[in-house]
Design a protein around this ligand. Structure first.
Ligand code: ADQ
Length: 471
């Protein structure tokens, strides 16, 4: 049977045997656990100098071989911190105002893509299937073809694909998108992303549309599909029970003294809308006196990419907002907002979701947002909490019928919705929970992986667009 080779910028840390606090690592690790295969990418190590070391560190655990490389400081700065996270990430999240562009960084980005291909090539067998992940590796397939690699290569974008005119603000957008068209299959989280990609390649590159699921450019057919990433709901339910009676959760519940609990968990990132979320929480306290002293909001947000300036700025903004809110509203027995910059063990997080009455998930833009899905799956089935979800999270396409959707740019609207969530009667909570759980079970993580890999395998490349998410 052919092997599955997964390539992503970062391979989850092997030593701890646990994925990092990031959606891609969580999803890829869970998907690979079942099929087995090779996971190739950066180890997270940085070595001084401008030349990345050639050695590959290879380690097999259970059925997964982790093949990792270190990056030189220059490659890290240009490829990862520079073009990937300083240019592409903000633009793909509709924030050209936060994006900066430097030609040297773009050159570094392309160079590292070629360099990674050269490291991977000796590990490949002719019938391996290659599944490449995310915006760090848009030109990876082109580099593979140039290196004579003929295997089938699919690509999945975990983050949104921006509208054509926003994409065009990336200075080398044309070159980048032409390179992306070297893939055999490209997959997106939502139908809106798929449409944006099709628009771009047809309008700007002159690709020919072959129905909704294929485009053709310079004689090469590219499958284009929608594959919303999922979770394993049963596994999450089990995890959520693990710490339910632990000292930390029991202490938390005792400390709440019957107060309602709202929970948010995110990497500390400006796309997650944390400042707007804090503001809306404060509006709730201003607008609805009945909630004062009666609700506690826990925000867990471990810092990420803290060597990128925009990330340091958002951190400072949040510290000041949290201080202001607590200064204004706390009393001797109640702290309204607990803002925690730490990573937690997954089962602890799931138990926290289970213990809370509202999951407050309001990114300004998000490819999918696994936290929204995890929150629902972790709920006690007979007394579930309510999911308050941004309409700009990919997850809103699937969970929109059961969640309370909000516009994160509307603090009053969010405050009203929080009030509704905190006071929602049990029958409505149950009905909403069941609709969402059914969706999560239908479209679990295996389905995401299998649909993608089937489409990658098929020569005719006719990925079906799921009717239930292709609104
Ligand atoms: P992320 O932007 O990282 O992922 P998300 O989808 O919410 O966002 O995934 C975060 C994951 O990390 C979740 O599984 C969560 O439980 C975990 N996590 C978050 N904070 C944690 C903490 N403090 N401690 C431990 N675990 C924590 C990217 C895209 C998303 C897309 C995913 C998957 O930005 O839009 O949904 O990839 O495709």
């Amino acid at each position: 049977m052919s092997r599955l080779i997964v390539v992503s910028n970062r391979v989850a840390p092997i030593a701890e045997g646990k994925p990092t606090a990031g959606g891609l690592a969580v999803g890829v690790f869970d998907a690979l656990k079942q099929t087995g295969g090779v996971w190739f990418g950066w180890s997270g190590d940085i070595v001084d100098g401008s030349i990345s070391p050639e050695e590959i560190h290879s380690e097999t655990r259970d059925n997964i071989t982790y093949a990792t490389v270190a990056l030189s400081r220059t490659d890290y700065d240009q490829y990862y911190r520079g073009f990937s996270n300083g240019t592409l990430w903000p633009i793909f999240h509709y924030r050209p105002d936060l994006s900066r562009y430097d030609r040297r960084e773009y050159a570094g980005y392309c160079r590292v893509n070629h360099w990674l291909v050269a490291r991977l090539k000796p590990l490949l067998r002719p019938d391996d299937r290659l599944w490449i992940h995310d915006y760090h590796l848009l030109p990876f397939a082109r580099a593979c073809r140039e290196a004579g690699i003929e295997n089938r290569i699919g690509f999945f974008l975990h983050i949104p694909f921006p509208a054509d005119s926003v994409m065009a603000t990336v200075p080398p957008h044309r070159e980048l998108m032409e390179a992306m068209c070297a893939y055999d299959l490209v997959g997106f989280q939502t139908d809106a992303d798929r449409r944006a990609f099709m628009d771009y390649v047809c309008r700007r590159l002159g690709a020919a549309r072959r129905g909704d699921r294929q485009v053709e450019l310079a004689g090469h057919r590219i499958g284009v599909g929608v594959y919303p990433i999922g979770i394993y709901p049963d596994e999450i339910q089990q995890l959520s029970l693990k710490h339910s009676r632990s000292r930390q959760i029991t202490n938390l519940k005792q400390g709440l003294q019957q107060r309602r609990l709202m929970v948010s968990v995110d990497r500390l990132d400006y796309s997650k809308g944390l400042v707007e979320r804090f503001t809306a929480f404060e509006r709730l306290l201003e607008m609805t006196p009945a909630h004062r002293g009666q609700v506690t909001f826990v925000q867990i947000a471990p810092p990420s990419r803290s060597d990128v300036e925009q990330y340091r700025q958002i951190r400072r903004q949040l510290e000041s907002a949290a201080g202001r809110i607590n200064g204004r509203w706390s009393d001797l027995s109640w702290t309204p907002l607990r803002y925690i910059n730490k990573s937690y063990d997954r089962s602890m997080l799931m138990s926290l979701f289970r213990a809370s009455q509202v999951g407050y998930v309001t990114p300004l833009r998000d490819g999918m947002n696994l936290v929204a899905k995890e929150y629902v799956a972790a709920q006690p089935p007979h007394d579930p909490g309510v999911l308050v979800l941004s309409e700009f999270a990919g997850a809103a396409e699937e969970l929109g019928d059961g969640a309370l959707l909000v516009n994160p740019y509307d603090p009053d609207g969010m405050a009203e919705t929080l009030d509704r969530a905190l006071t929602m009667p049990l029958p409505e909570r149950l009905a909403r929970y069941r609709v969402m759980l059914a969706r999560l079970n239908d479209n679990n993580l295996s389905r995401w992986r299998d649909r993608f890999l089937n489409d990658l395998q098929g020569d005719a490349m006719a990925p079906e667009v799921r009717p239930d998410v292709a609104a």
